[in-house]
Structures are given as structure tokens and as C-alpha cells.
Design a binder for this molecule. Structure first.
Ligand code: HBI
Ligand code: FE
Length: 284
């Protein structure tokens, strides 16, 4: 008996919701959108993104300049070229999907070291923001960090945790952990705060705001605090959580989430812009 709750993939997609990238079908205009976004962000992120991100950007040549059939100036990277390099580094590969996929599908991909990336790219009149993750948000924003062995393990552990959380009805708590680390995380380094969250590195405005604007709170990462904190998806973040290291992130996944979920059931949610007496605030 098929699970009637499981949504079926859209036409043309495989059972795991993946589709072919169809790199040869991208138009020159679409390649130009990638190049415009890439050049703007890569320049801005030097000195602002963490070393793991910048190394990953270069290691995978995500400007896309060195691919046959592409423009020497660069363009949307061909996953047939990116994936062997990424797999050799941390065992991850990128698969294309038509857009947001059901949680269970998403977590299963992550648990198996497959990152689901949108196949489409935004239009040139949407450079600054779009609701649904496109290939620039996913491939430029998320994938460079997957070249770091510690973060790669964290993302895989997150996927496994997501599958468990779903079975326990705790997905909403785990989604907050993803939001405040993978999407909007900041990292403390000897040179100051650096960005590792994909939602920040793929946005010019948030790259500057997250590190330099006095308005957002910057709170020392605490797993239970993060999992109690609500988030808004359509505005600059009122608060960021600062991880002491990528290893510290990975170490949090090794704890007993059952006990944590029991505690969270008894605790109230915290508004995105609130600060609590237990918070350790971090200077920008
Ligand atoms: N699907 N393609 C895609 N990308 C995501 O980031 C994504 C998703 N489905 C579900 C999902 N994220 C969230 O449930 C997780 O962030 C928790
Ligand atoms: Fe994302």
C-alpha cells in the first residue's frame, strides 16, 4: 500500500525528486546572471566569509570559467565537472531538484551526502532576493562549505537527525537549527566574526548587515536556545548565532536529542528579536 501522505514527484522528476541539470540548455542570459551574482558576492566575501567557504569556492571553481562549452568569463557550473571534485573531497555530490522538496526527501538526500540544488536560476530583475532557493543560492551558497570535512559531516548528521525528528514530531525544532546554522550561521575566528550561512553569503545586503550593522543581536551559539527560537523567512535576520568553531557544531549532533526534545516540549518558543538573560552576546 503506497504511503498516501507521501507527495508524488512532479512530472519529469525521479522518485527521489531529482532531475537532470540540463547544463547545455542554460541560455547565455542565465549564465550571465550567475556571473553577475558570482563576481559581486565573491568580491564582497573576501574578508567576510569564513576560510572554509572561500577555499571551497576556489576548490570547485564555481565561477565556472574553466568548463568546455562555457564562456571563458564563466557561468553556471556544470555539475558533471563539479561533482567529481566535491566527491573526492568529502563524499558529497550535488543533485538537481525542481524546487523545494518534501522534508523526508530532503533529509534522506542529506543523510546520503547528496545536496539537493534548485536547477533554475533567478531572472536578472530578481538579483537581490527570491523566495525559492535557485541554483545560485544552493550551489554558490551551500556547496562550498561541503568541501570542509567537518561541516560535511555536520550536514550528513543533520540529515539523519531530520529523519529521526520527523518520526518524533520534532521537525520544527530541528528546522530552526538548520536555519540558524546552515542558512544564517556566523563563526567566531581569531580574525573576528566570519559568515558560513548560505542565506547570508548568497545575499549582498545580508553579507554586510550580518557583520557590520548594529541592529541584529549576535548571540553565542547554544543548541537548546537555537531550537527554541522562531525565525522569519522574508526579512533580514534580527538575530544571528555565533558558533565557536565548525567542530563545535558537529559535536552538538552527538548528544542525546531525546532528552533535549523532552526539555523543549516544556519550554516556550523565543521570538526572533528577543534576548534572554542567559544569552551571551557577541560583539560584531
Ligand atoms: N527542499 N530543495 C529544498 N531545499 C531546501 O532547503 C529544503 C527543501 N525542503 C525542506 C527544507 N528545506 C526544510 O524542511 C529544511 O530546511 C528543514
Ligand atoms: Fe538554503
Amino acid at each position: 500500500m503506497a504511503d498516501i501522505a507521501a507527495p508524488t514527484p512532479p512530472p519529469g522528476a525521479a522518485a527521489d525528486w531529482t532531475i537532470d541539470q540540463g547544463w547545455d540548455r542554460y541560455t547565455p542570459e542565465e549564465h550571465q546572471v550567475w556571473l553577475t551574482l558570482y563576481e559581486r558576492q565573491a568580491e564582497l566575501l573576501r574578508g567576510r566569509a569564513c576560510d572554509a567557504f572561500l577555499h571551497g569556492l576556489d576548490a570547485l571553481d564555481l565561477r565556472g570559467a574553466s568548463q568546455e562549452g562555457g564562456s571563458p568569463r564563466g557561468g553556471i557550473p556544470d555539475l558533471r565537472r563539479v561533482n567529481p571534485a566535491l566527491k573526492a573531497l568529502t563524499g558529497w555530490t550535488v543533485v538537481c531538484v525542481p524546487g523545494l522538496v518534501p522534508d523526508a526527501v530532503f533529509f534522506d538526500h542529506l543523510a546520503n551526502r547528496r545536496f539537493p540544488a534548485g536547477q533554475f536560476i533567478r531572472r536578472s530583475d530578481q538579483l537581490d532576493y527570491l523566495q525559492e532557493p535557485d541554483i545560485f543560492h544552493d550551489l554558490f551558497g551551500h556547496v562550498p562549505m561541503l568541501t570542509d570535512p567537518v561541516f560535511a559531516d555536520y550536514m550528513c548528521a543533520y540529515g539523519r537527525g531530520g529523519l529521526r525528528a520527523q518520526g518524533l514530531g520534532q521537525l520544527h525544532h530541528l528546522a530552526r537549527l538548520y536555519w540558524y546554522t546552515v542558512e544564517f550561521g556566523l563563526l567566531a575566528t581569531p580574525d573576528g566574526l566570519r559568515i558560513y550561512g548560505a542565506g547570508i553569503v548568497s545575499s549582498r545586503a545580508e553579507t554586510l548587515y550580518s557583520l557590520e550593522d548594529p541592529r541584529p543581536h549576535r548571540i553565542a551559539f547554544d543548541l537548546e536556545r537555537v531550537m527554541r527560537t522562531l525565525y522569519k523567512i522574508d526579512d533580514l535576520q534580527p538575530a544571528y548565532f555565533v558558533a565557536p568553531s565548525l567542530q563545535a557544531l558537529l559535536d552538538t549532533t552527538l548528544q542525546d536529542f531525546g532528552g533535549l526534545y523532552d526539555r523543549l516540549r516544556a519550554e516556550s518558543d523565543i521570538d526572533p528579536g528577543a534576548v534572554t538573560p542567559a544569552d551571551a552576546l557577541v560583539a560584531a
